[in-house]
Design a protein around this ligand. Structure first.
Ligand SMILES: [Zn+2]
Length: 398
């Protein structure tokens, strides 16, 4: 009998210790794809503006290079540069694997990726996690999946996503996720089709603003110590189809394979191509540029943390807005991203909740710093080396 009493006492001590652990915070992390840093004012996102004013706003969030969706979402969620998490563009090839990656391929083959995404970092330390989409969140990173997740479908209803997030947060404590992640692509889609200034893009911003306003008040009503973190992956630039650069206007060379990603062209040497051929082709490409694009130098590539390897290509052509590379003729869109960092490419960062300061504006933050920030709010340890010291977002915490 005595033994059982001791046991009961021991159990109650353990649960007390858990109850008083430093963080009982919940984090809801939402990505609004392509939500440029200035859309809040430019397109009148009233609810998001209010959430930002009451919390922390990083006026501009600096994406990683290249300013594309998958590299940036994976950098935000792993704290690693593209060269280290492995997703160096939305589409790229790997000359060692002798195959190419395209968005969503991780569902069937997670060997494309390195790093510990936040949802796994949470699970590994006993916290449940849930994702209602995030690029590659249905891939088995580290052989694991989020505790709750869906396979990606662009057509999944936005209101259902919000309802599901709230439902997860109302689960009994033992099942309830402490990290909930979701993703909305509409603003990016409209930005591509019609450009950043268009009324369609504005309407998309309003639609998302309504949803985020609703989500925020429903989360707050739950009294969960929930923190809402809103991010985007990159901004958006206007494109002029008349200034398209068709691939067939570039010098050709059979010793290379060419991958067009819009603002950039990745060029891969074939197995038997020599360094001399690479140098000669670079020279021909530079001569044909005529002010339309640049051939990135090694020092530019170092500055962008994008040195040449089997995935990043042996040669990179980079253009500036409003130009874009087309496979042939004119491009069929009015907005894009993937350019070197400038104001148009700057993304959004907002954090609101009990862990964060109120009415704080930070001029520029790095998206690689989101990972250590959220780990800290959740009270979990970082278990592997990351490419961030967390510095730009340290002032955000209370
Ligand atoms: Zn995107």
């Amino acid at each position: 009998m005595k033994f059982f009493i001791y046991l009961l006492l021991a159990v109650s001590c353990i649960s007390k210790a858990n109850a008083s652990e430093p963080s009982q915070n919940t984090v809801v992390l939402i990505s609004l794809d392509g939500f440029r840093w200035d859309y809040i004012e430019k397109h009148g996102a009233k609810n998001i503006a209010k959430i930002a004013q009451q919390g922390v706003r990083g006026l501009k969030m600096r994406p990683v290079y290249p300013t594309k969706t998958f590299p940036n979402h994976l950098s935000i969620i792993t704290g690693l540069l593209p060269i280290n998490h492995g997703v160096v563009d939305n589409r790229f090839c790997d000359s060692e694997r002798n195959e190419c990656y395209s968005m969503g391929k991780g569902k069937d083959d997670s060997t494309w990726f390195n790093g510990i995404p936040l949802w796994n970092l949470a699970s590994m330390q006993g916290l449940k996690s849930a994702t209602y989409f995030w690029p590659e969140s249905d891939a088995r990173f580290n052989g694991m999946l989020p505790d709750y997740y869906y396979h990606y479908s662009k057509h999944s209803d936005y209101q259902n996503r919000v309802d599901q997030i709230v439902q997860w947060l109302t689960l009994p404590k033992a099942q309830r996720p402490r990290l909930v992640i979701s993703y909305f692509s509409l603003v990016d889609s409209m930005g591509h089709e019609f450009g950043p200034d268009a009324k369609q893009t504005q309407a998309a911003v309003h639609q998302l603003d309504e949803l985020i306003g609703q989500l925020h008040s429903r989360i707050n009503a739950l009294s969960l110590n929930a923190n809402l973190v809103l991010v985007s992956d990159h901004g958006m630039s206007k494109v002029d189809p008349e200034q398209s650069i068709p691939l067939n206007s570039l010098p050709e060379d059979d010793a290379f394979m060419v991958k067009n990603t819009g603002p950039r062209v990745l060029i891969y040497a074939n197995n038997k191509t020599t360094q001399g051929q690479i140098t000669a082709y670079k020279k021909r490409l530079a001569e044909a540029a005529k002010g339309r694009y640049t051939v990135l130098t090694d020092s530019q590539r170092d500055e962008y943390h994008y040195p040449s390897n089997g995935r990043t290509g042996d040669i990179i052509l980079q253009t500036t807005a409003p130009r874009a590379f087309s496979n042939e003729g004119k491009v069929n869109y009015l907005g894009t991203h993937g350019y070197a960092y400038n104001d148009d490419m700057a993304a959004t960062f907002i954090a609101n909740g009990p862990a964060f300061k109120q009415s704080l504006v930070i001029d520029e933050v790095n998206n690689l710093d989101v990972y250590p920030l959220i780990a800290k709010v959740l009270g979990i340890k970082i278990l592997s080396q990351i490419d961030s010291d967390g510095k730009t977002l340290q002032p955000a915490l209370k």
